[in-house]
Design a protein. Structure first.
Length: 125
């Protein structure tokens, strides 16, 4: 909220949806334009980060995006997995090293413990 109040551009998207959007942009010829827009967004929130193992093309797209955003803008990765479990879901050890190196060594890790917010929300409803 504070980012929006300060007029920072932000985008929230689930990783599976992002990968579909990237594939569609590649298919219709707007890939460079779409990636450029993602690279410039001040705060990108990627939810459901690595919920499933990426395919090679998806891992390469993630690497391009993470590389372009590294040290210039903020990316928030929301995952149910501990950081140590990311490596195995990034298709290939070499790609996994490249992606994780750009994320892990220049980041803060915030662990949320306890019951899911969805559980609490359903109790309140």
């Amino acid at each position: 909220m504070a980012a929006n109040r300060n007029f920072y551009t932000s985008k929230y998207i689930r990783l599976p949806d992002l990968l579909v959007e990237i594939a569609m942009a590649r298919g219709d010829g707007s890939y460079r334009k779409y990636m450029k827009r993602l690279k410039k967004t001040r705060i990108l929130i990627l939810d459901e980060w690595l919920l499933y193992t990426l395919k090679e093309s998806e891992a390469r797209d993630v690497l391009e995006l993470v590389e372009a955003r590294s040290k210039t803008v903020s990316t928030i990765f929301c995952s149910q997995f501990d950081v140590s479990g990311w490596h195995e879901n990034l298709y290939d050890p070499t790609l996994a090293d490249a992606i994780c190196d750009r994320i892990v060594y220049d980041s803060y890790v915030i662990r949320v413990e306890g019951d899911s917010m969805r559980k609490w929300k359903s109790i309140m409803d």
